[in-house]
Write a protein that binds this ligand. Sequence first.
Ligand code: AMP
Length: 270
Amino acid sequence: MRLVLLGPPGAGKGTQAEKLAERYGIAQLSTGDMLRAAVAAGTPVGLKAKDIMARGELVPDPVVIAIIADRIKEPDCAKGFILDGFPRTVAQAEALERLLAQRGLKLDAVVEIRVDEGVLLRRIETRIGQMQARGEAVRADDNPDSLKQRLVAYRAQTAPLIDYYSKKGSLRTVDGMPPIEEVTEAIFRVLEKPARAKARSRSVQGRKKASLKMPRKRARKAAKKAKKKARARRAVKRSRKAVAVKRRAAKLGKARKTGRKPAKRPARRG
Ligand code: AMP
């Protein structure tokens, strides 16, 4: 299974990606985590990304595309993966499609976690508190200024992907506002929906077939009825003719007896 999780910063993509990876036994690929690791290790990519990330801006497409291109070739991605934080631009989405197509693969679904922007700052404050409580270093971009910039980047560069994947028919949207477990359940449900939708469409097709049979059945009945009516009409005509013939014969017989000419049948009008 190959999935993408879409949503603004603080929507809970990381948390949900972890649960999905566990449930489906697939790899969780977070470009944010990979970039942070590169920054911490001081690699050339890390050095390039460090300040951009701290400002809350997007790292250039070629950098992240190259990271993902290498990562999806790893053996732990053979069964599938969940992308959390990638793609973030239409160019990245197109590159991902090409990378997958080269391997004869494609995405199974894109899940958008929709949240009210008003809660994002509060969620990130909670995350900072939790990280501090665990004694972990707080992310350089988890502060109000960077969050603002990350939201700007999301709206301008990432949100267009909702339309992009919606047009492709792969978008599934879940409400990200309820508690974590409920969101997880909602995601599982939308991911299992295609199978259910298929089953439903099969039963609808079955019903359609049955309903198609109905008019034919009715038509056959109607044709039978019409034939019966026509036969009855013909029988009535025949019997009327027979009566007329009998009457005429009777008149002829009477005329012969009396020696008078039989009365002429009035000429038919029309
Ligand atoms: P995240 O952990 O997903 O919130 O990402 C943290 C930061 O890493 C982002 O604000 C960006 O600066 C950078 N980043 C992560 N993924 C991408 C991506 N796909 N494209 C560009 N920049 C990214």
